[in-house]
Design a protein around this ligand. Structure first.
Ligand code: PNS
Length: 160
């Protein structure tokens, strides 16, 4: 069987322990996993694209088959360019399903050769999101267990 490359796309603003859990699971299943950070010029992220990539690289360095890359434009175009046959996404709860289904089917319409694979993160991360993490940091709450300590420090420094 030929090696399978998967793309794990997202905004990663910033990376959370939920993302890292999914990336680790993906790295165990696929031969090569590309963590693809969306550079969306319309959105104003808290962390710059360089910072998001740096944090992801730092926290995935121990995973030998994981690479971090940046993309803009259509995800299917990026996956085609990188010869990836799979898009990996995490589903935390039923509420994620509708949006994920819509994206997966739209991506399939545009590129039928790319399969979307869903994985479930550890239950402990099922309520975790980058937006809640940013809100908690802004309001001075603890992020212990939700993001790596290095990310918590960077978040606190940003919102100070
Ligand atoms: O972390 P997010 O914000 O949930 O990730 C969303 C992401 C990056 C996977 C999605 O917005 C995306 O794929 N954007 C790229 C543009 C694209 O391909 N749009 C059509 C999707 S059907």
């Amino acid at each position: 069987m030929k090696p399978v490359t998967a793309v794990c796309p997202g905004s990663y603003d910033p990376v959370t322990n939920g993302h890292l859990d999914l990336i680790e699971r993906g790295a165990r299943v696929f031969d090569h996993l590309i963590v693809a950070v969306l550079q969306n010029l319309q959105k104003k992220p808290l962390f710059s694209i360089e910072e998001r990539v740096e944090l992801l690289k730092e926290h995935t360095a121990r995973l030998g088959n994981v690479e971090v890359d940046v993309f803009s434009g259509l995800l299917v175009d990026f996956a085609r360019r990188r010869n990836a046959g799979v898009v990996l996404r995490g589903i935390r709860a039923i509420s994620d399903y509708e949006y994920e289904l819509q994206m997966a089917l739209m991506n399939r319409k545009m590129e039928p050769r790319i399969e979307t694979v869903f994985m479930l993160p550890a239950e402990a991360f099922s309520y975790l999101s980058s937006s809640l993490v940013k809100e908690i940091a802004q309001l001075g709450g603890s992020l212990e267990g939700l993001v790596p300590p290095g990310v918590e420090q960077r978040l606190k420094a940003k919102v100070r």
